[in-house]
Design a protein around this ligand. Structure first.
Ligand code: ARG
Length: 265
């Protein structure tokens, strides 16, 4: 994670971002501190990336790479304003012994790629280039399921879909092209279908450890559905990050430790 010390909305690279609408950085910091504390309370270890001035979106650590076990595909941001984040992630990952493959095609890391235990769900349509999917397959040696995003409000896969465990996803079907909806229906017959209201508070931008599902406090119907499916919803308020089109998952780069990489979502 990367503390939002320089968080701001100075430019607009998605439909959520309006530079005229003020961001309360202190509130963003307090919400982020609570998110971090929540992970630690649930028994997870949080590593920190140093925030850098001039990179107001660096809090969205999920975009910095895609990591499974001791391997990562580095990110290559679509927009120049975020390009400086990629080397910071790369240096950190290499520093802890994770091998980082330099990407060729544009990809925004875990924003568009989701580890689903033995396969990778890969979104494209707004940010990551479909050409990145072959790079993913080459680095991780597992099947890659390409999914096409069609609604600009859900511009990264992680705004429209969350992997809860290897058999269960939660998603908002209209964010996907019909053929991609069909693929998801086939692969995940027991999927949780989110309401539009919950998708619009980025409730699907959630992090699951296979048991707890950390999600936006405003996504109440989704929390109920997650509980009915046997998971434990853990609500947190990240409303300041929403002003930048981000949420819980965007703020979290999951490292999927090697020992659990096979079964953990
Ligand atoms: N403002 C950021 C951007 O548009 C938000 C990134 C959200 N990250 C994510 N994983 N969906 O790039």
């Amino acid at each position: 994670m990367c503390r939002p010390e320089h968080f701001a909305v100075h430019y607009s690279i998605n439909v959520w971002m309006d530079p005229a609408r003020p961001v309360d950085r202190d509130r963003a910091l307090a919400q982020w501190d609570e998110l971090r504390a929540t992970y630690e309370r649930l028994g997870h270890r949080v590593h920190l990336l140093d925030p850098r001035p001039g990179l107001p979106d660096m809090v969205f650590a999920a975009n910095g790479a895609f990591v499974v076990g001791d391997r990562a595909l580095g990110a290559r941001f679509r927009e120049l304003v975020r390009a400086g984040e990629a080397p910071a992630h790369r240096a950190w990952l290499e520093g802890v012994g994770i091998g980082v493959t330099e990407p060729v095609a544009v990809n925004e890391g875990e924003g568009d790629f989701a580890w689903a235990g033995g396969r990778i769900l890969a979104g494209a349509g707004f940010r990551s280039d479909p050409a990145a999917h072959a790079e993913l397959a080459a680095v991780f040696g597992v099947p890659v399921v390409p999914l096409e995003l069609v609604d600009p409000r859900f511009y990264h896969l992680d705004t429209a879909l969350a992997v809860l465990d290897r058999h269960t996803i939660a998603y908002f079907p209209p964010a996907f092209a019909p053929a991609s909806q069909e693929i998801l229906r086939t692969l995940f017959p027991q999927a949780i279908v989110a309401t539009e209201a919950d998708a619009l508070v980025l409730g699907l931008n959630a992090v699951s450890d296979g048991r707890h599902v950390v999600l936006a406090a405003q996504a109440s119907a989704l929390a109920d559905a997650v509980a009915r499916a046997g998971f434990e919803p853990v609500p947190v308020d990240v409303s300041e990050l929403l002003k930048s089109g981000g949420g819980v998952k965007c703020a979290t780069l999951e490292l999927h430790a090697p020992s659990i990489a096979e079964e953990h979502p």
